[in-house]
Design a protein around this ligand. Structure first.
Ligand SMILES: C[S@@+](CC[C@H](N)C(=O)[O-])C[C@H]1O[C@@H](n2cnc3c(N)ncnc32)[C@H](O)[C@@H]1O
Length: 266
């Protein structure tokens, strides 16, 4: 976990979601469309600098944010102050150990970060069991994941001239979800990649029902930078079209980020 802290201590996640405007739009819209009640108790686990937590608080929910990285905990406090809203709680903590939280404390859990980085099967199980415990029966879970093609697409777009440095690892990720050996890239050395069917199988085995996976960027993740500054009325049209595609099972595994939704059964 120390390596993961290191990544996010020098990484502008808040700016990343401004850059990835479409990912933020689709995830937030999908979450809001799936939680119908008002004033729910929500845990944003691995909530980073708090962009989702802030928006869900504005929508009337009581949000607790926990993140591994002190820097992001501070950023979440700063952002909520700037937005003039009050998050219920903001604290440092590890998704693998939620022992400070009682059973059945939350109506909704977002874990949009931890599953990117937990590579060992036993620890993924430990994390989902902790989430199940603090989430009420019939509570809703949203988890974010990196797909198996995420780094392949990134490297081909940004630095195809050094593909030889990453080639063997990209082949290994395609089969196993993780790299074969460290190639010195702190972020990708510490990530776990999976496809929609892997996520649905894991969650079903862990006792979640009504599972669904969507493609967080729909069809536009290769051109997202172009959308960053686009005027709102035009962005909205593209977003509307993209939202129609994001649930299409035929395109899911071609997206870089996947969002899972399921219901907890105890
Ligand atoms: C890519 S960021 C996403 C932040 C936020 N959920 C969002 O979508 O904007 C991943 C976040 O997960 C946090 N994280 C990773 N592993 C974690 C763990 N085991 N427990 C708690 N937080 C974790 C990181 O510190 C980082 O802030």
């Amino acid at each position: 976990m120390e390596e993961v802290k290191k990544i996010y201590s020098c990484y502008g996640e808040y700016e990343r979601l401004i850059r990835h405007r479409m990912e933020f739009y689709i995830n937030l819209r999908y979450i809001k469309e799936n939680i119908h009640d008002k004033s729910l108790k929500i845990l944003d686990l691995g909530g980073g600098p708090g962009r989702y937590a802030v928006e869900l608080t504005k929508a009337g929910h009581k949000v607790t944010l926990i993140d591994l990285t002190d820097f992001h905990v501070k950023e979440a406090k700063r952002l909520s102050k700037e937005e003039k809203i009050k998050l219920h709680k903001v604290q440092q903590g590890d998704a693998l150990d939620l022992s400070s939280i009682k059973d059945d404390s939350f109506d909704v859990v977002l874990a949009m970060g931890p599953f990117y980085h937990i590579k060992k099967a036993a620890q993924r199980k430990q994390c989902i069991n902790e989430i199940k415990r603090v989430l009420k029966n019939d509570g809703m879970l949203f988890t974010a994941h990196l797909s198996k093609c995420a780094f392949y697409k990134y490297i081909v777009r940004e630095m195809p001239e050094v593909i030889d440095r990453f080639y063997e690892n990209l082949i290994h990720i395609h089969s196993h979800g993780v790299k074969k050996y460290s190639d010195g890239d702190l972020f990708t050395d510490n990530t776990y990649c999976e496809n929609a069917e892997d996520i649905l199988g894991f969650m079903k085995k862990s006792g979640f029902v009504n599972g669904e996976v969507i493609a967080s960027e729909g069809l536009v993740d290769q051109i997202e930078d172009k959308l960053k500054e686009l005027e709102k009325s035009k962005f909205d049209m593209i977003a509307e079209l993209n939202y129609m595609f994001c649930k299409d099972p035929r395109i899911l595994n071609a997206a870089s980020h996947l969002l899972y939704k399921g219901v907890n059964k105890k």
